[in-house]
Design a protein around this ligand. Structure first.
Ligand code: LLP
Length: 454
C-alpha cells in the first residue's frame, strides 16, 4: 500500500523510451498521432506554433479527474470530508472555477490568492486561508470577504484576529495549526522537535494546549478544530498515519483538559507524484483510506466522535496535468562531457531544478514516437550556470527548432516563476476535447514595465 520512494537516480543512459512509455508522468489524455504528442486532443506541436513557446499546457480532464478522485476516495470512507485544493501549486481564475465546479474548496496562502478566489466568484464559505505571518491587511481582507476558515498560526495572530473580528461584529471560524512533531520526507518519516518549525504550535511544553485554551476564551473567534501539514511530495503513507495518531491523541488531551471536542480535523496536503519513471507514488485511493480510516480508528479508540475531515492536496491535483513546451535553440556538444540543449525558458519558468535538484522526464513533441537515443542536459537561457531545466535526461536526438516537452510541470512551476533577466512569463493554456484556450496570457514587455515609474 505504501508508495515506493524514488530510488537514488542511476546515471542516465539512453533508454529508448517513446512518449507511450512516459504515460505515468504525462497527463492522462496524452497520446501520439503521426509522431506528434497530443494532449487533450490537441497537437502540442501545432499548439506551440500557434501560441508560442515557452508555454505551460494543462490538461483540464486530468485536473478534474484528480479532484474527483480525491472526493470519491475520501468520502468513500466517511461522508463528511472536504477536499481543499491548495492554490499555491497552481492558481488562475479558470483553475479556481474548475475547483468550485468539482465541489471542492480552496486553500489560499495569501491575500493575493484570496483575490483570485474573489475574482472567480469562488463561494467564500469554501475558502480557507493559512500562512505563518498573515498581515493585518490580509486578516481584514479575510473578514471582509467572509472566508469559511482561517488557520491560525500564532498567539499573536489569534489575538489580532479576535480583536478585528469583534470590531467587525463577526465571529470567525478558525482552525489551529499544530506541528505534530513528525516531518515526512519521500523515504520515511523522522521525528523533529517542534522548535524547528516556523509553522503552527508544537505540542511540547504545552504551547498547542495554551493556544487551544486561549481560542476557547476569546470572543470573535470560533474554534472549529485542528490543522496540520507534515510536508510535501510524500511517498510513505505511514508518515500520515503517524501524524494522525499523534494529533488524535492530542484531541483526547484537549477534551480531558478543557471539555472541548474537536469538530474538524484538517490533515493538510502532501501526497507525492511521479516526476520520473522510477517514482511510484501512492494512489489517491490508498491515501484516502489511510487518512480517513486512520482518523476513524483512532477517534474510536478514544471514544471521540468522528470529526469533519479536510485534506489539502495541491501537487497531486495539477503536477502531472501539466507540461511545459519549449523550442530548442542552440545545441552544444562538449566531447566526452555532455550535450547541452538550450531552450527558450529556464529557471524563470521552472526554478525547481536549480532550487531542489528536481528531476523531470523530457521528450521531443515532434518526435514522440521515436526512442530516446541520447542523454542530454536541457539548459535554460538565463545568465546563470545553474540554470538547468533537466539534468542528464534521456531524449530523442534533438535538432534546433524541435519542440521540447518537459513533463509533470503543472505544480509549483508557474506559481514560482519569475521575471529574471526580464524574461516574460509564459502563458498557460488549458486543453480539452481537441481545443485549447488561454487561462493566463503570455506576458508582454509592457507587462514587465507596468509598475515602472518614469
Ligand atoms: N497545505 C499546506 C498548509 C501547505 O503548506 C501545502 C504546501 C499544501 C497544503 C499542499 O501540499 P502538496 O499537496 O502540494 O504537497 N514549492 C515546493 C512545494 C512547497 C509546498 C508548500 N506547502 C515544491 O515545488 O516542491
Amino acid at each position: 500500500m505504501a508508495g515506493k520512494p524514488a530510488a537514488p537516480r542511476p546515471p542516465a543512459t539512453p533508454d529508448l523510451k517513446t512518449a507511450a512509455d512516459l504515460a505515468p508522468v504525462l497527463p492522462m489524455t496524452a497520446d501520439v498521432r503521426d509522431g506528434h504528442l497530443f494532449i487533450g486532443g490537441v497537437d502540442t506541436v501545432k499548439l506551440a506554433a500557434e501560441a508560442g513557446t515557452a508555454l505551460y499546457v494543462m490538461d483540464e480532464a486530468h485536473i478534474r479527474n484528480q479532484l474527483s478522485e480525491y472526493v470519491k476516495w475520501t468520502r468513500y470512507h466517511w461522508k463528511d470530508v472536504d477536499v481543499i485544493y491548495a492554490g499555491k501549486a497552481f492558481l488562475s481564475v479558470q483553475m479556481a472555477r474548475i475547483v468550485a465546479d468539482e465541489g471542492c474548496s480552496l486553500l489560499c496562502a495569501s491575500g493575493g490568492e484570496l483575490a483570485y478566489a474573489l475574482r472567480a466568484d469562488f463561494p467564500m464559505e469554501r475558502v480557507q486561508v493559512h500562512g505563518n505571518n498573515k498581515t493585518d491587511y490580509e486578516l481584514h481582507e479575510c473578514l471582509e470577504a467572509g472566508v469559511g476558515r482561517i488557520v491560525v498560526d500564532s498567539l499573536y495572530e489569534m489575538e489580532r484576529l479576535a480583536a478585528m473580528a469583534q470590531e467587525a461584529g463577526v465571529e470567525q471560524s478558525i482552525l489551529i495549526r499544530i506541528t505534530p512533531g513528525i516531518e515526512a520526507d519521500t523515504h520515511d518519516f523522522i521525528q523533529t522537535g517542534q522548535e524547528d518549525s516556523k509553522f503552527g504550535f508544537g505540542m511540547a511544553e504545552g504551547l498547542a494546549m495554551r493556544a487551544i485554551k486561549r481560542a476557547l476564551e476569546l470572543p470573535g473567534i470560533d474554534l472549529a478544530g485542528l490543522h496540520m501539514h507534515i510536508g510535501s511530495q510524500i511517498f510513505a503513507l505511514k508518515s500520515f498515519s503517524s501524524a494522525i495518531e499523534v494529533i488524535v491523541h492530542f484531541m483526547e488531551d484537549i477534551r480531558q483538559e478543557t471539555g472541548y471536542v474537536v469538530r474538524e480535523l484538517d490533515t493538510g496536503g502532501g501526497l507525492g507524484i511521479a516526476y520520473g519513471l522510477p517514482d511510484e507514488p501512492s494512489t489517491i485511493k490508498d491515501y484516502g483510506k489511510v487518512i480517513v480510516d486512520g482518523i476513524k480508528e483512532h477517534v474510536e479508540e478514544h471514544g471521540l466522535p468522528v470529526p469533519k475531515i479536510m485534506v489539502e492536496p495541491g501537487r497531486s491535483i495539477v503536477a502531472n496535468a501539466g507540461v511545459t513546451l519549449y523550442t530548442v535553440g542552440s545545441i552544444k556538444q562538449i566531447p566526452n562531457i555532455r550535450t547541452y540543449v538550450a531552450v527558450d525558458g529556464g529557471m524563470s519558468d521552472n526554478i525547481r531544478t536549480s532550487l531542489y535538484d528536481a528531476h523531470y522526464e523530457a521528450l521531443i513533441a515532434n518526435k514522440a514516437d521515436r526512442p530516446r537515443e541520447m542523454v542530454v542536459t536541457v539548459a535554460g537561457k538565463h545568465c546563470e550556470s545553474g540554470d538547468m531545466v533537466v539534468r542528464d535526461a534521456p531524449l530523442q536526438v534533438p535538432e534546433s527548432g524541435d519542440i521540447l516537452c518537459v513533463c509533470a510541470t503543472g505544480a509549483y512551476c508557474q506559481s514560482m516563476s519569475s521575471n529574471y533577466n526580464k524574461q516574460v512569463r509564459p502563458g498557460v493554456v488549458f486543453v480539452k476535447d481537441g481545443d485549447w484556450r488561454w487561462s493566463v496570457k503570455r506576458e508582454t514587455y509592457d507587462d514587465l514595465m507596468r509598475n515602472d515609474v518614469e
